[in-house]
Structure formats: structure tokens, C-alpha cells
Design a protein. Structure first.
Length: 185
């Protein structure tokens, strides 16, 4: 069966360990079973770069009483455990996850991850744009862009459509067919 999790981060500053929101959408047997979102108090708190706030709209006041990454990681890790991880522009999200794990001294799990941009390019050739918003519009999916839970869920939906288009119905087929596109955390 097709099992994976889509993940998305929003950051407070240019520093990769400054996650201020994390979203995870869990897919089991080709169906979305849950989406979780956590606001996170980043190490830079109360400082947020104005440009980052302009993108996602999350402010220091929003995370004032939020847990830090180390307080939510075990819960998030349980959702991700054993799953293929997919993210839109995965190199960014994987680097945020790696940096947060390093910052708080956590062991990095061995997770294979895939970028939904490369997946979309394989599935729908010659689209004018492959950004998350453009792909969502192309597939008439509405969402609150740059909020981690919404972005993760739309990434999962786009990935499911791409897998369907590529006739991939099992996670082992994804690993086999897209092996050169997979990276390890």
C-alpha cells in the first residue's frame, strides 16, 4: 500500500533551526488519515524576521505559549516513523528538520524523503509553474498557503494525484521507480 507523510515547516528567521510551525499529513493505504500542526516557539523568540512574518503571518505573540521543538518532536516522530517523507521543496524542509534535531541534540532518524516538485514534474510535464500554489490551483485544491498544516496536506494531495498519474500504488514501487529522486535525511 501507499504510505507516506507530507511535512512542512515555517521559520521565524533565516536560520534553519528557527521553525515556528510544523505540519505533518499522514497518508496510509493511499488515504489521508490525519493532519497535525504545531506552533513552535523558536530559539530566536521573541525575534522574528519581518520578511518571514510577511510570508506566513505567524508572529511572536502567536508562539508565546507554544512548546519548543524539543517538546513536540517525539509526538511528530511517531507520526513519521517508518514513513517515506515528502515535502514541497524538500531540501528546505529536510534542512529545517535536520537543523532543529541538531540544535536540540536529537538523533537524526534515517528517513527517505522525496520532493513533490520533482514528483510533479515527472507526472505533469510542461506546466508553466510547479510551486505549491500553482499546482493546487491546477488541481482546484484550496488551502491557506504558508501555514504548515495546510501546506503539508496539499503536498500530500498533490503527491497522491501524481502517484495515481504515474500508476504507482505501493510505497515499494515509489522507492523503485523514483530511487534516483530519493534522498536520506
Amino acid at each position: 500500500m501507499l504510505d507516506f507523510c507530507a511535512i512542512d515547516f515555517e521559520t521565524a528567521t533565516h536560520e534553519r533551526h528557527s521553525a515556528c510551525e510544523m505540519g505533518i499529513c499522514v497518508v496510509e493505504n493511499g488515504e489521508i488519515v490525519q493532519t497535525r500542526t504545531w506552533l513552535i516557539k523558536p530559539p530566536s523568540y521573541p525575534y522574528f524576521h519581518p520578511r518571514n512574518m510577511d510570508v506566513h503571518g505567524i508572529t511572536p505573540a502567536d508562539v508565546q505559549t507554544a512548546p519548543t521543538f524539543d517538546e513536540i518532536w517525539h509526538e511528530a516522530e511517531e507520526l513519521m516513523y517508518g514513513n517515506l517523507m515528502i515535502a514541497h521543496n524538500a531540501s528546505f524542509d529536510a534542512s529545517v528538520l535536520r537543523s532543529c534535531l541538531d540544535y536540540y541534540g536529537f538523533f537524526k532518524p534515517r528517513i527517505n524523503y522525496l520532493c513533490s516538485i520533482s514528483l510533479a514534474k515527472k507526472s505533469w510535464k510542461n506546466l508553466p509553474k510547479y510551486g505549491l500554489k500553482s499546482l493546487a490551483e491546477h488541481h482546484t485544491l484550496s488551502f491557506n498557503h504558508h501555514r504548515a498544516g495546510d501546506d503539508a496536506e496539499v503536498c500530500a494531495k498533490i503527491s497522491l494525484l501524481a502517484f495515481q498519474n504515474l500508476m504507482l500504488t505501493r510505497t515499494d514501487e515509489v522507492h523503485e521507480v523514483l530511487a534516483k529522486n530519493l534522498k536520506v535525511l
